[in-house]
Design a protein around this ligand. Structure first.
Ligand code: UDP
Length: 236
């Protein structure tokens, strides 16, 4: 499959048309942003890690019955995926307190929850992705009630599968963000990416951060953290 015209350029990926109207090619960049795009940088090799890891995880999820946009990996940075209309909601699942949860509720990071939590943000750059509840999302026609129910069930299923998978690699899946899309036939599928950009990963024994927080918080060792996660997933 070959790239045709560029359809879109986002913060971390470019999307190209293909000869098939129902498929697009995603190309992962090394560009990193944080804090609503105000912090910018490069994480060398990130595009390769995120592409390969996301594709691998989506295939694990497909085997467990979660429909995804994944079609075929073309090379280190490029993948054919189903063309979808993205549901403008960021779906966040948390197993352990961190980030905005710790900040908003004035608690420390690292509290292990008895049950995972879910929340939505409205994907809207002008409004800075505000938190939104499902009633408001339905009122704004961002998704139907049925779609929201399906998205919730799929997101918790993704958590069940990936939490166990990463624990087997000595990694705690602290929290993560998912995006969903509608295919041409109106089916809801998991889209976007699952990577150290969109998940918090802590080493099981040391709680060392192995994700984008190292970039957000200027901790150093950013590239090494991405490489370490690659090693845990794929071996040497
Ligand atoms: N996240 C993301 N994109 C966003 C916001 C959050 O991928 O625009 C991910 C983030 O990497 C973390 C989880 O969602 O794994 C929860 O993020 P949180 O709400 O704690 O936000 P932050 O602390 O980054 O402001």
């Amino acid at each position: 499959m070959e790239k045709r015209e560029q359809l879109y350029e986002g913060k971390a990926k470019r999307v190209y048309a293909t000869k098939d109207e129902n498929s697009v090619i995603v190309s992962y960049k090394d560009d990193a942003t944080a804090f609503d795009g105000t912090k910018k940088g490069t994480i060398v090799g990130k595009g390769v890690v995120n592409n390969k890891m996301s594709n691998f995880l989506m295939q694990i999820l497909e085997k467990q019955g979660v429909k995804t946009h994944y079609i075929e990996e073309l090379n280190d940075r490029e993948t054919v995926v189903k063309k979808v209309e993205i549901v403008p909601l960021e779906v966040i699942i948390r197993n352990i307190s961190a980030g905005s949860f710790a900040r908003n509720y004035g608690v420390e990071e690292g509290i292990v929850f008895d049950k995972p939590t879910i929340e939505f943000s409205y994907k809207n750059d002008d409004l800075h992705d505000p938190l939104i509840n499902s009633y408001h999302a339905i009122a704004l026609k961002l998704a139907t009630k049925e779609e929201i129910e399906q998205i919730k069930a799929m997101a918790f299923k993704v958590n069940d599968v990936l939490k166990d998978y990463f624990l087997g690699l000595g990694v705690k899946l602290v929290d993560f963000k998912l995006e969903f899309g509608r295919t041409a036939d109106g089916e809801i599928v998991l889209a976007d990416e699952i990577s150290p950009d969109t998940c918090r990963f802590w080493d099981k024994d040391t709680n060392e951060k192995l994700d984008k927080d190292r970039f957000r918080r200027d901790m150093g060792g950013v590239e090494d953290a991405y490489k370490e996660m690659m090693k845990r997933v794929f071996g040497e």
